[in-house]
Design a protein around this ligand. Structure first.
Ligand SMILES: C[S@@+](CC[C@H](N)C(=O)[O-])C[C@H]1O[C@@H](n2cnc3c(N)ncnc32)[C@H](O)[C@@H]1O
Length: 272
C-alpha cells in the first residue's frame, strides 16, 4: 500500500508541536465533548497521544485504545504516556489503518473520537463506516475538525492569506480536506449515523483578551510553519512567500488592534 502523505510530517519537532497543540487548544476542543459516562473510548488517529493524555487526566474512569497508522507516532505516544503516573495501565496504542475492517480490537467501544484526523484521510466515509463497527449500538462517534477557510485576520494580511490558501490547495492535492468541518455533518449523515449535532466553534480574540490572542497567534505561527517544508518540496510555495508571511504574523503580534478569528467544528452522533 502506498504510504499516506501527511501535510505536517513526522519529525520530532512536529511531534512536540502536537503535544503543545493539545494543551493550547484543550479548553476549546474539550468544551463540547463529554466522556464522563464513558469507560471504553476508541481514539482514531491518536498521533503522539497528546489528546489521550488530556482525556485520561480529565476522566479518571476512561480506558483509551488509540489507533494510529504511523509507528513513529506510536513510539512517541508510548514514551509520553509512560511518563504520566495517572495514565498507568489505562491505554493501549494499536498500529493500524482506520479503514481496516480487521483491526485487532474488540467491537465493544462506547464511543469513538477523531480529533484533527478526518481532514487528513482520503476517504473519510470509508473510515466512518468502518469505525462504526467497533462501537456498540447506541454508542457515540465524535469528531473535532478544521474549517480553514474560516480564518480571518484583522488587519487584513494578504501574504498570510495567500500562504493559507496554498496550504488548503496542497492538502487537497494529497487527498485531504482542510475544510472538512463544513461538510462533516453531511458525511456523518451519509454514514447512517443518527441524532447528529454539529457545533461550529468560533474563536475570536482582540485587545479585550490579549493573553489568548497572543497565545493563539503564536500557536498559529507554529501550525503554518509545520507545513512549510512539504509545501516547498511539492512546489506549492517558495520560501520567500513564507518569510513574508512570517513578517505579517510579527506585525499582527505587535499591533494592539489586531483580531484573530477562526472557527473549527465539533460533531457528535449516535451509532444506530
Ligand atoms: C494531526 S494528527 C492528530 C493527532 C491527534 N488526534 C491529536 O489531536 O493530537 C493526525 C494523525 O492521524 C494519523 N492518521 C492519518 N490517517 C490515518 C489512518 N487512516 N488511520 C489511522 N491513523 C491515521 C496520522 O498519522 C496522524 O498521527
Amino acid at each position: 500500500m502506498a504510504k499516506i502523505k501527511y501535510i505536517h510530517g513526522y519529525t520530532e519537532e512536529e511531534q512536540n508541536r502536537l503535544i503543545e497543540q493539545g494543551s493550547i487548544l484543550s479548553d476549546f476542543v474539550f468544551d463540547r465533548l463529554d466522556f464522563s459516562a464513558t469507560q471504553r473510548l476508541l481514539e482514531v488517529g491518536s498521533g503522539v497521544g497528546a489528546q489521550t493524555a488530556l482525556l485520561l487526566q480529565k476522566y479518571p474512569q476512561l480506558y483509551i485504545t488509540g489507533i494510529e497508522i504511523e509507528a513513529l507516532q506510536i513510539q512517541k505516544a508510548e514514551t509520553f504516556l509512560s511518563s504520566l503516573p495517572y495514565a498507568k495501565e489505562r491505554y493501549q496504542f494499536i498500529k493500524g489503518n482506520a479503514r481496516d475492517k480487521n483491526l485487532n480490537i474488540s467491537k465493544n467501544y462506547e464511543a469513538a473520537l477523531f480529533i484533527w484526523v478526518l481532514e487528513h484521510i482520503a476517504e473519510p466515509m470509508a473510515v466512518l463506516n468502518n469505525i462504526q463497527n467497533f462501537v456498540i449500538q447506541g454508542g457515540k462517534i465524535f469528531a473535532v475538525e478544521v474549517f480553514h477557510s474560516s480564518l480571518h485576520l484583522y488587519p487584513h494580511c494578504p501574504t498570510i492569506m495567500e500562504f493559507w490558501q496554498k496550504g488548503i490547495e496542497y492538502q487537497a492535492s494529497i487527498r485531504g480536506d482542510a475544510n472538512i468541518g463544513q461538510r462533516i455533518g453531511n458525511l456523518f449523515y451519509d454514514a447512517g449515523l443518527k441524532n447528529i449535532q454539529v457545533s461550529p466553534y468560533p474563536m475570536q480574540f482582540g485587545k479585550y483578551d490579549r493573553k489568548r490572542r497572543e497565545k493563539m497567534l503564536k500557536y498559529w505561527h507554529g501550525l503554518m510553519k509545520s507545513a512549510v517544508p512539504n509545501m516547498i518540496k511539492a512546489g506549492y510555495i517558495k520560501k520567500e512567500l513564507w518569510l513574508e508571511a512570517e513578517k505579517e504574523i510579527l506585525h499582527l503580534q505587535q499591533n494592539d488592534n489586531s483580531v484573530f478569528y477562526y472557527s473549527f467544528v465539533t460533531i457528535e452522533a449516535i451509532v444506530p
